[in-house]
Design a protein around this ligand. Sequence first.
Ligand SMILES: Nc1ncnc2c1ncn2[C@@H]1O[C@H](COP(=O)(O)OP(=O)(O)O)[C@@H](O)[C@H]1O
Ligand SMILES: [Mg+2]
Length: 270
Amino acid sequence: MLEVTDLHVSYGPVHAVHGVSMSATAGRITLVLGANGAGKTTSLRAITGFLRDAKGSVTINGKQILGKFPHVVVKHGLSLVPEGRKIFFPLTVEENLRVGGYTASKAHNAQMMAKIYELFPILYERRDGAAGLLSGGEQQMLAFGRALMSDPEVILMDEPSMGLAPSMVMRVMEQVRAIADSGIGVLMVEQNADAGLGIADDVVVVSRGESVWSGTAEVAQSDKAVVHAFLGESALAETPADIGAADRGETGLAEALNAAEDDASADRTN
Ligand SMILES: Nc1ncnc2c1ncn2[C@@H]1O[C@H](COP(=O)(O)OP(=O)(O)O)[C@@H](O)[C@H]1O
Ligand SMILES: [Mg+2]
C-alpha cells in the first residue's frame, strides 16, 4: 500500500538521496538497513512531507502523496515515529498523545487513546506525569502511541531502539511486531540489524543515498555476515563476496553492495 519509487532528496546543493525505492504492506515489517549517513532519515522525512525538496514517487493505495504537507500526509494514513523520539518533555504523557491526534476529531482521539492505553498500560498509569520523567523504553512507547493516534495504515519508524538498554531493545521489537500484527504496515529503519532481522518480513539496504538490495528477511538472514560487514559491525576481511546468494545463482547482497559502493565513488568524482 505504501510504494516509494526512485526517491531523490536534496538539502540545497547536497543530493543526499538519489534513487531510493521501498514499500510497506499491511501486517508486514519492512526493515531498512544502512550505514550512518546513508540517507535513511532523509528518506523517511521526505516520504512524510517534512522535507520539501524531493522528487520521485510516493503513493499510498495508488494515490500520489509526494509534495504534500505533513498534516495532509497524515490524513492519507502515514505516520512517522521520528529519530530520537522527539517527545515533548515538559508536556504530560496524555498531552503528547494529543499532539499525534491534532488532525482528528475529539471523539476519534478518545477512541484511539483508549486503544493505545490498552496496548501500553504504563502510559495510562503515567498519563498525567511529565513525559520527561519516563524511562527510555517508556518514551519509545509514547512515541509509538503518538504516531498511532492518527490511526495510520502505515507507520514509519526511525531507529526505535536507539539509546535503549539491550534488555529494552527486544521488548521494543516485540511491540513493533505487535503493531504490524494489528494490521498496520511498518517501514522501520534500525541500526541494530540483529534485532531488526528478528522481527522483519522484508529488508531494504540503503547505501550512499540509494537502495541497493531488497528481499525477504529470510534471505537477508542468510546473508547476515554481509549486512554486518556493510554496517561496519564486523571485519570486512571476512570476504563478503564468498558469503551468500552467489552460490544460489541469485544476485547476492555482497554483489549488490559492492556495485553500489563502486557507483557511489564514481558519482563523487563527477
Ligand atoms: N540538514 C541537512 N543538511 C545538509 N545535509 C544533511 C542534512 N541532514 C542530513 N544531511 C546529509 O544527508 C546524508 C544522509 O543523512 P541521513 O538521512 O541523516 O542518514 P541516515 O539516517 O541514513 O544516517 C548525510 O550525508 C548527511 O550528512
Ligand atoms: Mg538517521
